[in-house]
Write a protein that binds this ligand. Structure first.
Ligand code: ADP
Length: 537
């Protein structure tokens, strides 16, 4: 016997309608490139989205499923463009401006973008690659100034768009399984690959994420994580579903700029990667400042170190909610939310628990497997490839003929993890980064986390390099002042944190470490550079 409930497609145009009807007077704040802060009503901004959609449809000729690209920071223009594109049934393609020119060309051509919206800051970037694009696509610059270019004929300013008389009266009615947005990831080998989210997957993820992050009608959220990176972990959609106040930080993401923003607007929830919080924490400690309005900092993208968790708690009374996910997962998979059990623990035990990536959200199945694909026990000891499945997890990459999941529908994350008897999960490494020494795994992430806890180390990276006896051994590269760093002391410090046989065979001081477009360490490059380092010793 089937239930007797209605069919009601889960689509983003419905979400936009809902926000227009219920949160029109709710506000969000956006900072522009010149640093000024402006408050906007969602109702007014979504009216602008209707104008943009009208312009796209009638002046540019955008149809259902055409890709509308953006290369922009988190601000009001970008937000309005998001909902214009998706609300009219086009596919929003957010592009990472930190990509190398060749990747940018590849992605725009591969996605077959029909128009690109860009921040004025990125005009030189798009002009630089424009002749290599397959089509002379129109470019819309997100500025209310007049705009011209010697390279691009087909160029408009946002001012032209808003001045246009075209307006979409009603948002599109669309199948819930239709594509809504597209995001490319470089976290795989080869060319960047596109992940194509559907309306339904986005709505389901939004429900789950709103609950997991714990937003309520009083929340004010500062997404420092960019809107070009997996939809800022879903915050634009969370805002429309819950009416929360967003605080969009624009391009300045250094410690001083973020502190000024936080101090002025008083958000309670911050979201971003560890590097950003390192910048903020350093600024706070150098200037003897504390965070007063913030309750929670959500950290993902790479592991949140113990030292950071502790500093947020001890100095700022802020709970660091550790999350884990991937572009392929929309992105949220697991979170270590504050719970009564956690808050009642001894501080040291609690901080250790918080270094775990946490518990899965309902809608995400997780398991770890060995090399023969046998499921491993959830005993907090066994570690193996982390596999996931669920309704907001990708089945195959954009334009790929083959499924990325296995026969039973599990997607291999490329991460190596341990699952504990209580259900929580800890990432111990990435499959490609794992160090295997004498047949045993060494976690480069644990070593890095330990090393950054040492006061003279600003950033740390551990790579596995070939070794004549052990096959592979860890090499520790640290960003630190060579004249003051005492390597013996650092080794002793590490010895108190990790197993002795894990200690790096050498420590090298560098002035900086190479990062990819999304801020991740480029370990493949380092492994190549140092591949003979221990062989020659
Ligand atoms: P995002 O950076 O938003 O999580 P990406 O697709 O760029 O998404 O990267 C996903 C990968 O980043 C994961 O497979 C994992 O290796 C790493 N990652 C993400 N979150 C964490 C975390 N909390 N701890 C450790 N690694 C993480």
């Amino acid at each position: 016997m089937k239930g007797n409930m209605m069919e009601w497609g889960l689509t983003i145009p419905k979400l936009i309608n809902f926000a227009e009807e219920n949160f029109a007077d709710n506000t969000f704040v956006s900072r522009s490139a010149d640093g000024s802060l402006k408050s906007y009503k969602y109702g007014h901004s979504l009216q602008n989205s209707r104008k943009i959609a009208g312009f796209l449809k009638n002046k540019i000729g955008i149809n259902l499923t055409d890709r509308v690209a953006t290369i922009a920071w988190n601000d009001s223009y970008h937000l309005e463009t998001y909902f214009a594109a998706i609300g009219m049934g086009a596919v929003l393609h957010t592009i990472n401006p930190r990509l190398f020119p060749e990747q940018l060309i590849y992605i725009i051509n591969h996605a077959e973008d029909k128009v690109v919206f860009i921040d004025p800051l990125f005009l030189p970037l798009i002009e630089g690659v424009y002749s290599k694009l397959d089509h002379k696509i129109p470019i819309i610059v997100l500025t209310e100034e007049e705009i011209s270019s010697e390279v691009i004929d087909n160029i408009y300013s946002y001012k032209d768009v808003l001045a246009s008389e075209e307006i979409i009266e009603s948002w599109v009615e669309i199948d819930e399984d239709a594509a809504a947005s597209l995001c490319y990831t470089s976290g795989t080998t080869g060319n960047p690959k596109g992940v194509l989210y559907s309306h339904k997957s986005t709505i389901l993820h939004t429900w789950a994420a709103s609950g997991a992050i714990g937003v309520n009608s009083m929340s004010m959220v500062l997404p420092v994580v960019p809107m070009f990176h997996v939809n800022a972990w879903g915050t634009p959609y969370i805002a429309l579903m819950t009416g929360i106040k967003l605080l969009l930080p624009g391009p300045a993401l250094d410690g001083a700029s973020l502190y000024e923003l936080i101090d002025t607007e008083k958000p309670d929830i911050l979201m971003g990667v560890p590097t950003v919080w390192l910048g903020l924490l350093n600024y706070l400690s150098e200037n003897d400042l504390t965070l007063s309005s913030v309750n929670q900092v959500m950290v993902g993208g790479s592991a949140a170190p113990y030292a950071m968790i502790k500093e947020f708690d001890e100095k700022h009374d802020v709970f660091l909610t550790h999350g884990w996910g991937m572009t392929e997962m929309s992105p949220l998979g697991t979170m270590m939310q504050p719970t009564r059990r956690l808050l009642e623990m001894k501080k040291d035990d609690r901080y250790n628990m918080q270094t775990r990536q946490g518990f899965p959200l309902f809608g995400v199945d997780i398991k770890t497997v060995d090399e023969e694909n046998n499921t491993l026990p959830r005993d907090g000891v066994a570690n193996g490839a982390l596999k996931v499945r669920g309704p907001w997890i990708m089945e195959s990459y954009f334009k790929s003929d083959s499924k990325s999941s296995d026969k039973k529908g599990w997607f291999d994350t490329g991460d190596v993890a341990t699952i504990f008897p209580d259900g929580s999960m800890q990432i111990v490494d990435r499959a490609k980064d794992v160090i295997k020494s004498g047949g045993e795994w060494i976690s480069s992430i644990d070593l890095e986390n330990a090393a950054v806890g040492y006061s003279d180390v600003q950033e740390a990276c551990v790579v596995g390099v070939p070794h004549p006896k052990w096959d592979e051994r860890p090499l520790l590269l640290v960003v630190a002042d060579e004249s003051t760093l005492n390597k013996e002391d650092l080794l002793k410090f590490l010895e108190s944190k990790v197993a002795k046989w894990w200690l790096p065979d050498d420590i090298i001081c560098v002035s900086e470490l190479p990062h990819g477009a999304t801020g991740k360490l480029l370990k493949v490059e380092l492994r190549e550079e140092y591949k003979n380092h221990l062989m020659e010793k």
